[in-house]
Structures are given as structure tokens and as C-alpha cells.
Design a protein around this ligand. Structure first.
Ligand code: PEP
Ligand code: MG
Length: 588
């Protein structure tokens, strides 16, 4: 039956294909009733996952030097003890037997109950055990997924329909050649949306009930520019589809022309235009869309694609590929930013503990130090073998002590490698505390990169994945502009560059604002690069500064947005392609 809907256009592109309905049970730990004959094999599946988790932890422990001590050794020991605790595994097994439920559900239920007990105690030490439970649960669930988890099954004409997708699923879709993604819920600043844009897969989100309307195999048309989705389109609409497809191809051709432009304003100010990438498959795009460097490689997708984390050699080869991909001094690898809304599918413990404020980014790396050291070693080896300097970017830094700890680990790993690697350490400014402490941070960092996606989320107290508050989420908020000004002011006396690597960097009306505020580099999804280069070449630094300066005197988000868009069109509208004007007036 024909159904037409319009929702949030997330990632541009036109697609016609067949519906593949994504079972939500992969996203959340759903309760599944298992038949009595499968109870034994479910118990075995659980025990195998426990065994694997224990083996992983023991091998991490074995790899530690005998003199090593401190928090992470203690945490490791507590985790191993919990895995050996027969009471804990007994409870999970009992639940599988008595209620006939799947192992994931049983693990989640038992660990949730345990966390509740710890949550209600006053003792700080006991409260810290909450994080241990989270960490352990995540490991078991990851191993359960490896032991029989569901996989996406996509063909070449598949269009994925899901209630929600994780960023990891988007990467999987792109790798498997899916044509588009359509979801019931979602916002344009969630990681799944960002990744969809980055990998260039058309996507429309927020259709509310598309999963109830679509049946597997239905023909479906998706327009990622306008946000239109049509199930079972008629002949006339198919005609329209062909026309849109050829218009889109013409637009792509134009973009490839813009890609060759330098990252420079009309009056000669260099603003380096870099790419954010999530998977190495994007490196080809980065180069042909004109990236002048890699401003941020989000390494978490390398970590979340399979049941166990990649080893040092696999990471080394991966990072080497990134470093070698462009002839540029700006090759930035961000260390693992797992957490928030980036978890391997099935790790539903993430949803229990307010994940955006939980164990994510550098906090995770400083807790799981062995994983961090392995990643750093792989990055530094990649630098040594290519002879190129690598920029190491630390996510979610909230203060100077995290930076110092991370730098100490980097130096320790480097000294074990001897001569060869060359690196710079940068800090993501994406928490309000980092923005407030930025002059101290700038004194100890080699570069700064403003993560506006999170900076907006945490400063304005707006969950970036919650569609109910997304109307408040805006880069034009005066608080954000003032924080960015503070970052630039702190960087200057220290002579270090400032980049913006959040989505704001690729939004056309924000470009003059950021240039005017004094930002040195903009890093964005590869598909935005040609448009931003074209805009940059049409504006001047001098007038951008005037716009930025006047904006800083305004007090509301609406006033700033209206002022900036009006000024950009007034000053440069005549020299911009018509589709840019539309985008500037209605920023996506
Ligand atoms: C950001 O927060 O702006 C950022 C670039 O990091 P991510 O979107 O991966 O959280
Ligand atoms: Mg971030």
C-alpha cells in the first residue's frame, strides 16, 4: 500500500530499493522467551561468554609489568573476581532456567539489580563499584554478541528501515552497500546521523512509525535532501525519481569542481579544510572531495565492529593507512571515544547510567589503561613506520589532570618504542569545564579541537540524541560563541592552532562566524568539504570578523542566527550558488 511521509532529512542522496526491516532486538537487550529445550544451550552460551571475558581480562593482566599497580590493576582484579563469583553467575543461570529467558536479558537484569544496591549506598568506594559492574556487563554482553548475536543481512538494493540505528549499524550498512537508511526516531546531531552524512549514505530520520508501515521486500523511494519517503511509489513517482537522480548526479559533478579550491578566503586568510572520518573506506572520498588533512579519525568504529577489540597489529595497519592517505601534515587520530551514544549494538547497560555523562572518551581510556596503551602504541608505530608526525586527539577531557595522565601514558609508551615516532597531543574542547579551563589546557597541549556537538549538548544541557529537545540545540547560542572566543583567545599566546571538528564546522552560515572568531581549521564530514571550500572562497576574513564581533554583542540565539544569515546573504549572496542560499536561510 502506498504511503508517503516527510521527516528530518539527515543525509543527502536519492535511493530506490527494497525494504529490509531491522529487528530492534539487536539494539536493546530485549527479553526473549526461549523454549525449554534451549535452556541448556543458553546457559552454555552465557558460560562461554563469561569464560571469554575472564580470558580477556587475564591476558590484559598478564601483559602488565610486575611492578605495575594502581587503580586499573585493582579494577581488573575486581572484575576477574566478579566473573569468578559463583553467586553472580548462579543468579544469571537461575534466571535463564526459572524464567526461560535469553542470556542477554538475564545478565542485564542481574547486573541492574546489583547496580541498584550500590547506587543506594553512601560510601564513595562502594558507589565506584557501579562503574565496575557497567564495565563488566559490557564485556559479557560483547562476548555474548560474539557467541551468536544477530547480524544485519543486506543486499545490494536494500534500504534499511529501523526504529533506531546505532552509528555502528550505519557503518555496517555502508560497508554492505545498503542504499539508504530510514528510521522512526533520531536527530541530526546523533552519531548515527553524523556517520550517515560522513559515509554518504542517504538517510531520513524521525518518521515515527515507518517500521509499522513497511514490510520486508516493499519497494521504497528515499529522498535524503527533502526528507521524503514513499513506500510502494507509483509509475509517475518513479519518473520523478529518475529526474531527481540525474539532477543529483549533476550537483555531485559541480561539487567535485569546488573540491579543487584551496581552503582560503577571498582576502587570503588560510583556513585549512579537513575531513572527519569514521572508517578507512572514507579515505578515498576525503581525497576526492578535497580534504586538506584528516582533522579527526573517530576510531571507535574500529573498536565496535566486532565482538572483541582489535589487537595492536590490526590497529597499526589501520592507522598507517590513514596516515599515508593524504600528503598533509594534519593527520589526526582521535583516541577511543566509546560511550555516550556510541556502543556496540547490544550493550544496553549503556542506557542505564546516563551514558552521555558516564564512562566515555578519555575516562574510559584511563580506566581501561591497557586498551589505551595498545591504541597509543599502534598509533605511534604507524607514525614511526611512515616517518610522519601524527596528531593524537583526546576526547572528553574535562580538566588538566586527565590531559596530564594521558600525556604521561603516551610518553611512557613512546619511550618503550625508542626513536622514530613523532606526535602532537591535542585536546577536544567539548565539555564546559574544558572550555572554562582552556588557558591552562592550552599551555600543555599542542593543538585544540572544539567538539561543538558535545559542547552544545553539555553547555546548553540538551541531550543531542533526544528529538524532544532538539529545537533548542543550536550552534548560534551566545554561550557557545563566547566559549569558542575563549578557546581562540587561550590558544593565541601559546601559539597553537584551534580547529572546530563538530558539525558546526560544515554548516554554511557558521563558516563566516567561525572564520571571524579566529578559528584556524574546520574539520567536517567529507561531503561538506566542497561546499565549504566554495563558500570560503567567496567571503572575506575582514567582513567575517565584523559579523563575528557584532554577533558577540547579541544576546539570544534567534538574534544571532537571524543576523548572521542576513549578513551572509547581503554581503556574498550574489556570488553563491542558489542551493547555498536555501541552506543558509534554513540551516540544517
Ligand atoms: C563533537 O562532540 O563535536 C565531536 C566532534 O565528537 P563526536 O561527535 O564524535 O562526539
Ligand atoms: Mg564529542
Amino acid at each position: 500500500m502506498r504511503v508517503e511521509r516527510k521527516a528530518i532529512p539527515i543525509s543527502g542522496g536519492i535511493a530506490l530499493g527494497r525494504v529490509v526491516l531491522f529487528d530492534r532486538s539487536r539494539m536493546i537487550v530485549e527479553r526473549k522467551q526461549i523454549d525449554p529445550a534451549s535452556v541448556e544451550s543458553e546457559k552454555d552460551r552465557f558460560m562461554t561468554a563469561v569464560g571469554r571475558s575472564k580470558a580477556e581480562l587475564l591476558s590484559i593482566k598478564d601483559g602488565m609489568s610486575s611492578t605495575e599497580e594502581g587503580d586499573h590493576l585493582q579494577i581488573l582484579n575486581i572484575n576477574i573476581m566478579m566473573l569468578e563469583d559463583e553467586l553472580l553467575s548462579g543468579e544469571v543461570i537461575k534466571l535463564i532456567e526459572s524464567e526461560g529467558v535469553n542470556a542477554e536479558w538475564a545478565v542485564n537484569s542481574v547486573l541492574s539489580r546489583k547496580s541498584e544496591t550500590f547506587r543506594n549506598v553512601e560510601d564513595i568506594y562502594m558507589k565506584e563499584r557501579l562503574a565496575d559492574i557497567y564495565y563488566l556487563g559490557e564485556r559479557i554482553l560483547r562476548n555474548l554478541r560474539g557467541a551468536g548475536g544477530e547480524k544485519l543481512r543486506l543486499g545490494k538494493d536494500s534500504i534499511l528501515i529501523a526504529h533506531d540505528v546505532s552509528a555502528v549499524d550505519v557503518v555496517e550498512c555502508a560497508k554492505n552497500g545498503a542504499l539508504a537508511i530510514v528510521t522512526d526516531i533520531g536527530t541530526s546531531t546523533s552519531h548515527s546521523a553524523i556517520v550517515a552524512k560522513s559515509v554518504g549514505i542517504p538517510a531520513v530520520m524521525g518518521l515515527e512509525d515507518i517500521t509499522l508501515r513497511a514490510c520486508p521486500g516493499d519497494r521504497i523511494f528515499v529522498d535524503g535532501f527533502s526528507g521524503t519517503v514513499i513506500l510502494d511509489p507509483d509509475e509517475h513517482e518513479l519518473e520523478g525519481f529518475r529526474k531527481l537522480k540525474s539532477d543529483y548526479a549533476a550537483l555531485e559533478k559541480k561539487l567535485l569542481e569546488y573540491a579543487k579550491l584551496p581552503g582560503k578566503t577571498l582576502d587570503g586568510r588560510d583556513v585549512r579544510i579537513n575531513a572527519n572520518i569514521e572508517i578507512t573506506d572514507e579515505l578515498g572520498h576525503a581525497s576526492c572531495f578535497g580534504a586538506e588533512g584528516i582533522g579527526m579519525y573517530r576510531t571507535e568504529f574500529l573498536f565496535t565492529k566486532s565482538a572483541s577489540y582489535p589487537g595492536e597489529q590490526e590497529q597499526y595497519e589501520n592507522y598507517k593507512k590513514v596516515i599515508e592517505s593524504l600528503d598533509s601534515p594534519i593527520m589526526t587520530i582521535r583516541t577511543l571515544d566509546i560511550g555516550g551514544d556510541k556502543f556496540p549494538a547490544g550493550m544496553e547497560l549503556s542506557r542505564m547510567l546516563n551514558p552521555a555523562l558516564g564512562l566515555r572518551g578519555i575516562r574510559y581510556s584511563l580506566r581501561d589503561v591497557e586498551t589505551f596503551k595498545t591504541q597509543i602504541k599502534a598509533i605511534l608505530r604507524a607514525s614511526a613506520s611512515t616517518g610522519k608526525k601524527v596528531r593524537i586527539l583526546l576526547p572528553m577531557i574535562s580538566g588538566i589532570s586527565e590531559l596530564r595522565k594521558a600525556k604521561a601514558i603516551i610518553s611512557e609508551v613512546a619511550s618503550g618504542l625508542g626513536e622514530g615516532p613523532s606526535w602532537a597531543v591535542g585536546v577536544m574542547i567539548e565539555t564546559p569545564s574544558a572550555a572554562i579551563m582552556v588557558s591552562d589546557i592550552a599551555a600543555e597541549a599542542d593543538f585544540l579541537s572544539i567538539g561543538t556537538n558535545d559542547l552544545i549538548q553539555y553547555t546548553l544541557a540538551i541531550d543531542r540524541v533526544n528529538e524532544h529537545v532538539s529545537y533548542l540545540y543550536s550552534p548560534f547560542h551566545p554561550a557557545i560563541l563566547r566559549l569558542i572566543t575563549g578557546v581562540v583567545d587561550a590558544a593565541r599566546p601559546n601559539n597553537i592552532p584551534v580547529a572546530v571538528c563538530g558539525e558546526m564546522a560544515g554548516q554554511l552560515p557558521c563558516v563566516p562566524l567561525l572564520v571571524g572568531l579566529g578559528v584556524d581549521e574546520l574539520s567536517m564530514n567529507t561531503h561538506s568539504i566542497p561546499r565549504v571550500k566554495k563558500l570560503l572562497g567567496s567571503i572575506t576574513e575582514k567582513e567575517s570578523k565584523e559579523i563575528a564581533c557584532a554577533s558577540l554583542g547579541l544576546k539570544t540565539e534567534a538574534d544571532i542566527r537571524d543576523y548572521v544569515t542576513r549578513e551572509v546573504i547581503k554581503k556574498w549572496g550574489d556570488s553563491l550558488p542558489p542551493e547555498f542560499i536555501e541552506e543558509i536561510v534554513v540551516p540544517s
